[in-house]
Design a protein around this ligand. Sequence first.
Ligand code: NAD
Length: 276
Amino acid sequence: MPTYAITGAASGIGAATRTRLLDAGHAVVGVDIHDVDVVADLSTPGGRDDAAKATTELAGGRLDGVICCAGLGPLAGHSGGKLAAVNYFGTVGFVEGIRSALEAAGAASVVVVSSSSTTTQPGLPEELVADCLAGNETDAVTRADELTAIPTYPATKLALARWIRREAIRPEWIERGVRFNAIAPGMIDTPMTGGDDLDPDLAKALDFYPVPLGRRGRPEEIAALAEFLLGPGSTLMCGSVVFADGGTDAQLRQDDWPAPWHPTQDELSRHFPPRK
Ligand code: NAD
């Protein structure tokens, strides 16, 4: 029986994924700040370490996969720094902390929850993406605090999408059978997009958010995709960012991708070295 870890398992997409995996007969270790197997705060390095140790122990030292759903939305009460700490550094720190358990499975899947805001929210601050990917939490948190939560949110999610594409091809993961992929949900009906503490301006903006399918997504629809990406049906997928957004990205960014590649001579030589 496969064992999966889920961060953010107490609510929304994480809770729906937990239900789906349990119904399918899998073992699940849920991580969150309340109401789950491992209660830990992923916004701090100590909390991430505690969460990773407790999860590894509860899973018996072997995990077939993890889906990282823990995250904070751009709500009025959240500082940008807290978003950066939870959404990006909380995810990366937790995955790195459970590395030995993922490797022990022989074939494991890491799925992180990014967001379609990465490609559809105007004005995304690229410098914050760079701070995150450089692994510089202090700089990222300082910059995010200055930016505030609304622009910080898509930057943390773009950094996650880029992080999985970098990690996915690293020999230390791929040669040990660990695959990385991301889900980029559009607007999903969860406490994050419908709670009482939603910023009134954001609530208005969400009401106008274009969804060609004509409705918000349901957390169960993301859970179905998560189960697929965690399981044996997706073993060729490695470094993919899968959009599940009812058509928003297709509408706003119609011809932007697939983006053709125009490599320099150096890039060509690096990726296709001449045969000896
Ligand atoms: P949610 O608020 O229902 O769930 C988020 C969970 O993360 C909560 O259970 C919360 O307690 C947990 N969490 C927050 N801070 C934490 C911390 N410091 N340590 C541990 N756990 C913490 O929201 P959701 O909509 O289910 O969001 C799940 C993921 O999906 C998030 O990463 C979110 O950014 C992403 N997402 C959501 C939407 C959407 O429209 N709902 C769209 C795109 C991406």
